[in-house]
Design a protein around this ligand. Structure first.
Ligand code: FNR
Length: 188
């Protein structure tokens, strides 16, 4: 049995440190997790006038979430909150009213920043949003990653043993969380 994990990178940057973090997470993840990216970079700004006629990019976003058995958010903190691009994607996915794509979806949150608190404040904001959206979040462990470029190889392999352990434990716990949630709330 494998679990299909859709991941959302909260940054649109071509050299995103959060994308590097995601590469590292995939390298240390248990073998029974299968990853695919859920795109957010092509979305127009959410407008509820379009609720009855979603643009194709927003429909594709909702379909990608529906095709995933869990969603992992890997995001920067912007101004002690979440990036606008991520908030916009969540708005699209949570609507139209009654068709919230995150309802009962197993979810995880992690992020990296050059700063010492490693996206801690942004993650709390995201957790509040995901609670409202009724996602089934992994609440622990939390992981606030202060990004050190020397800790990662070219393809995201983790060179620092301490970081390797943190990320490996995080992904093992995430896998167990997903498995537990899907036992009672299956998503086929
Ligand atoms: C930031 N950055 C930032 N860092 C942080 O730790 N807390 C913050 O509140 C913010 N705020 C913020 C706002 C905006 C608009 C930008 C562009 C940047 C710095 C941020 O952590 C840094 O640019 C990371 O490299 C962003 O992650 P990605 O895009 O590299 O994944």
């Amino acid at each position: 049995m494998t679990y299909k994990v859709g991941y959302i990178i909260g940054s649109l940057s071509s050299d995103s440190i959060n994308r590097t973090l995601m590469q590292a997470l995939m390298q240390v993840a248990p073998d029974d997790l299968e990853f695919s990216e859920i795109r957010i970079d092509n979305l127009p700004l959410y407008n509820r006038d379009l609720d009855s006629d979603y643009p194709p990019e927003a429909t594709a976003l909702k379909e990608s979430i529906a095709d995933s058995q869990a969603v992992l958010f890997v995001t920067p903190e912007y101004n002690r909150s979440i990036p606008g691009a991520l908030a916009n994607a969540i708005d699209w996915a949570s609507r139209p009213y009654g068709k919230n794509s995150f309802d009962h979806v197993p979810a995880g949150v992690i992020g990296a920043s050059p700063g010492g608190i490693g996206t801690a404040v942004g993650q709390q904001t995201l957790r509040g949003i995901l609670s409202y959206c009724n996602a089934r979040q992994m609440t622990a462990p939390e992981a606030y990653i202060q990004f050190d470029p020397d800790a990662y190889g070219e393809n995201g392999e983790v060179k620092d043993p301490e970081l390797q352990k943190i990320l490996t434990d995080f992904m093992q716990e995430f896998r167990d969380h997903v498995a537990r949630v899907l036992t009672v709330l299956p998503r086929d």
